[in-house]
Design a protein around this ligand. Structure first.
Ligand SMILES: C[S@@+](CC[C@H](N)C(=O)[O-])C[C@H]1O[C@@H](n2cnc3c(N)ncnc32)[C@H](O)[C@@H]1O
Length: 279
């Protein structure tokens, strides 16, 4: 039996690890043999969880960010981490890495970069201040380094096994499945007013609202947070303009997050079954 991952095997901003327990409960209310289309696949954690919970389901993971490339690069990333562990040996954990050692680290990374793909997001989480991510060698040169180097290697053995990988803009993927029976859409778009620096593009309000179209007359599990106010907005439109609210009759699950000691926010999962599906 392959491992059941409770979080993505590589660092990924916005992965739904905090919601997995509740997500599994919600999955029980959907058919075990449905087609699950993970429109905003990200790290694939939701796709992985569906396949583990419902082995008979067909699971389609939209790898828009090419996470697969990072997964395939794990042996190379682990080799880099091995070199880094030697270089930071004398530096206390979480402490700033002195400039001379930083220069040595950059030389090792530059060599790897010349040889092929380097997973800068994973490197960031080992070397930079918490939640700071870069995506190139040039960008890595600027910030201070901290010794957050992992003691253990990354391991993604069995992750996303038997899940189908595709790569589309979510609208195109949705169009391909909109008319198909027994489909459940997993809808976890980039949050509004969140740092999207590691994502491929920036989301403005219209983009965010466009996503609501995939909730019309479909089975869905949708993720948002109270920071976006999207639920409030849809309720307002329904009450004041008579417009349709895609969240009408949806069930809601909340989860409190403490981001820093000063700020906290609430993650929200809304789910609705629309069409008759087999059970
Ligand atoms: C909140 S994350 C999804 C996280 C995922 N559920 C997980 O647990 O890892 C949103 C993802 O949507 C991706 N994305 C952005 N624009 C997209 C588009 N037009 N079509 C599909 N995915 C897109 C982002 O790059 C990001 O990976």
């Amino acid at each position: 039996m392959s491992k059941n991952f409770a979080n993505a095997p590589l660092p990924f901003q916005g992965q739904k690890r905090g919601f997995i327990k509740q997500f599994k409960e919600v999955l029980k209310t959907y058919p075990k043999d449905a087609i699950y289309v993970d429109l905003f696949g990200g790290s694939g954690l939701l796709s992985h969880t569906v396949k583990k919970e419902n082995p008979k389901a067909k699971v389609i993971y939209n790898d828009y960010d090419n996470f697969k490339q990072r997964l395939n690069a794990i042996p190379m990333t682990n080799k880099l981490l091995c070199d880094l562990r030697v270089l930071v040996e004398g530096v206390l954990r979480d402490q700033i890495i002195p400039e001379d050692i930083k220069a040595k680290i950059l030389a090792v990374v530059a060599k790897a970069d010349k040889a092929g793909f380097v997973d800068y997001i994973s490197l960031s989480s080992n070397l930079l201040f918490s939640m700071v991510y870069v995506d190139s060698l040039e960008a890595l040169k600027k910030p201070k380094f901290y010794n957050n180097v992992r003691k253990s290697n990354y391991d993604a053995t069995g992750y996303l096994q038997d899940v189908e990988f595709v790569k589309y803009d979510y609208k195109e993927l949705f169009n391909n499945f909109q008319q198909v029976k027994n489909v459940v859409f997993l809808v976890d778009p980039p949050y509004l007013s969140t740092d999207c620096s590691t994502y491929n593009n920036y989301w403005k309000l219209a983009d965010y609202l466009d996503v609501l179209k995939v909730l019309k007359d479909t089975n869905y599990i949708y993720f948002t947070s109270n920071k976006s106010s999207v639920i409030e907005l849809c309720e307002w439109i329904e009450t004041n303009t008579g417009g349709k609210n895609p969240f009408n009759k949806a069930k809601v699950v909340y989860r409190n997050n403490v981001a820093t000691y000063k700020s906290s926010y609430t993650d929200i999962m809304l789910h609705k079954r629309y069409k008759t599906t087999t059970t």
